[in-house]
Design a protein around this ligand. Structure first.
Ligand SMILES: [Fe+2]
Length: 333
């Protein structure tokens, strides 16, 4: 890889190192499990005394597949903008021309070459719920023959301008189109045990968390086992803008800048529910949480809040992904 291009393409690289010292505090009767984490985009290394055998996740967010066919003709008035948004892209490392399909195939190939234990499809796999795109992705996943987990992003179920609340449209298009990608697990919340790691996927693609998801998260935390939390939309971290992530205390209709562009209802004036705010508080006080991993922003970033790291991946539409290794030990190097 051309290092100069790499540095140019990742302006946040210099700030990309997050380190969290090993905590000796105790909760739920068990020692805290966080060690340290380093981020050198697109590689994440997370060391934990609670990890006995290495675990590798290949996180693929925001591919934005847009392939469509005759079945999508009746939906074109809802898919027109997003069907053109990522037709051709520039590779995040080389700046060479590429596209979402090429990027997705390359990421799956890399996951196979690196023996990833789990491919995590972290939302916005599609720019809209096109049957042709969903079938194409399913075929590529079948070809790859790798274990994978999928959670929806806000574009996966969104036909712009279609009547209905976000909750209703999400439920509708998950049931009508996206359902096979979940492989039988609950679309809103699921967990995969990978080695000694609990990989939790929560759907926050409407920018909020529902009470049953909060209860699910609490049950996972109580196991005391090391956790990696996957959400499409990152969680708000102090210092980031109000629109950066889910859970900002001032989020609400007055800060919703994109509802007209995305042709959806404006966010309610009253902002987040107490459930979403409680989820945010609890995530950043979870002693056995090794990190939060997200997409949505289409720009790589790293933060640590109250000792919990959050890494946001660049978009797979430009070839990006996160190669996340969980390794035994309490510090890197
Ligand atoms: Fe996206």
């Amino acid at each position: 890889m051309n290092r100069r291009l790499f540095l140019q393409s990742i302006p946040l690289l210099g700030a990309g190192l997050v380190s969290c010292s090993t905590s000796r505090s105790r909760s739920h009767g068990k020692a805290a499990v966080r060690g340290s984490l380093s981020f050198d985009n697109p590689s994440v290394r997370c060391f934990s005394p609670a990890i006995e055998k290495p675990v590798r996740l290949l996180l693929i967010p925001d591919t934005h597949l847009w392939r469509d066919d005759f079945r999508g003709e009746d939906f074109m008035r809802y898919s027109a903008r997003m069907s053109k948004a990522y037709n051709s892209t520039r590779h995040f490392q080389t700046a060479a021309p590429t596209d979402p399909e090429q990027s997705f195939v390359a990421a799956l190939k890399l996951a196979g070459q690196r023996n990833a234990d789990l491919v995590v499809l972290a939302g916005d796999l599609f720019s809209f719920p096109s049957e042709a795109a969903i079938e194409w992705a399913q075929a590529r996943l079948q070809d790859a023959a790798l274990p994978y987990a999928y959670v929806a992003g806000n574009h996966d179920w969104h036909y712009e301008g279609m009547d209905g609340t976000s909750d209703l449209l999400r439920e509708t298009w998950i049931q009508k189109r996206l359902r096979p990608l979940y492989q039988g697990v609950h679309p809103m919340m699921s967990v995969r045990k990978v080695g000694g790691l609990r990989v939790i996927l929560l759907d926050n693609s409407t920018y909020e968390i529902h009470p049953e998801q909060l209860e699910f998260y609490r049950r996972q935390v109580k196991t005391g086992e090391p956790i990696a939390l996957i959400v499409h939309i990152p969680l708000y971290v102090p210092g980031r803008s109000v629109g950066f992530g889910c859970g900002h205390p001032d989020w609400g209709g007055k800060n919703d800048k994109s509802f007209e562009l995305e042709r959806r209802p404006r966010w309610r004036e009253t902002g987040h529910t107490e459930t979403t705010l409680a989820f945010h508080r609890e995530v950043f006080s979870t002693p056995n949480l090794l990190g939060v991993f997200a997409g949505h922003i289409h720009r790589p970033s790293s933060d640590a809040y109250l000792g919990v790291p959050q890494i946001v991946s660049d978009a797979n539409a430009v070839g990006a992904y996160l190669d996340i290794e969980f390794l035994p030990g309490s510090y890197a190097g």
